[in-house]
Design a protein around this ligand. Structure first.
Ligand SMILES: [Zn+2]
Ligand SMILES: [Zn+2]
Length: 161
């Protein structure tokens, strides 16, 4: 749980930093956590409202949408801004906010590199390391794997409940 203790916030701000288990992301399917969530936030009060700003990131393991190689990417939410109105003077749980911020950074598809040549649809050769021999070179750059929408991931999470 990521908690902000509002009674500790002075007139300026309270740093809220640390790590959190990636379990809170409830990742399913092709994307699995490869390390802890790191967050570096600062909390302040605007009247009765709690404002938390900062960044969070988590490494995830998945496969390249073009060449299907296993890769580790970092989901990085760089401009987090959470506002909670009328918070009481006690601990406020922002775990679900951080979870959502990170899930929103999920790209439509993961690539090992923008330059990835993918697999030949004809012979299946990994065109990053091999030359195609089947002669279908011209269509080789076409995506051979359907795109994963980030919304599909969120939908999946919803139906799991
Ligand atoms: Zn690739
Ligand atoms: Zn080929």
């Amino acid at each position: 749980m990521i908690l902000v203790n509002t009674s500790h916030i002075t007139e300026t701000f309270l740093p809220v930093e640390g790590t959190e288990s990636p379990e809170i992301l409830e990742l399913t399917g092709d994307v699995t956590p490869a390390g802890e969530i790191r967050y570096k936030l600062s909390a302040s009060m605007a009247g009765q409202d709690l404002v938390v700003r900062g960044e969070a990131s988590v490494p995830v393991k998945t496969e390249c949408a073009r060449c299907l190689r296993e890769i580790v990417c970092t989901l990085h939410a760089g401009e987090i801004c959470i506002v909670r109105e009328n918070v009481p003077e006690r601990e406020v749980d922002i775990t679900s906010d951080i979870r959502e911020e990170l899930l929103l950074t999920m790209p439509a598809r993961f690539l090992c590199s923008e330059e990835c040549k993918g697999l030949c649809p004809g012979c299946g050769a990994d065109l990053n390391v091999k030359k195609c021999t089947c002669g279908k070179k011209k269509t080789a750059r076409k995506e051979s794997v359907p795109e994963n929408s980030p919304w599909a991931v969120l939908d999946q999470l919803k139906t799991d409940r």
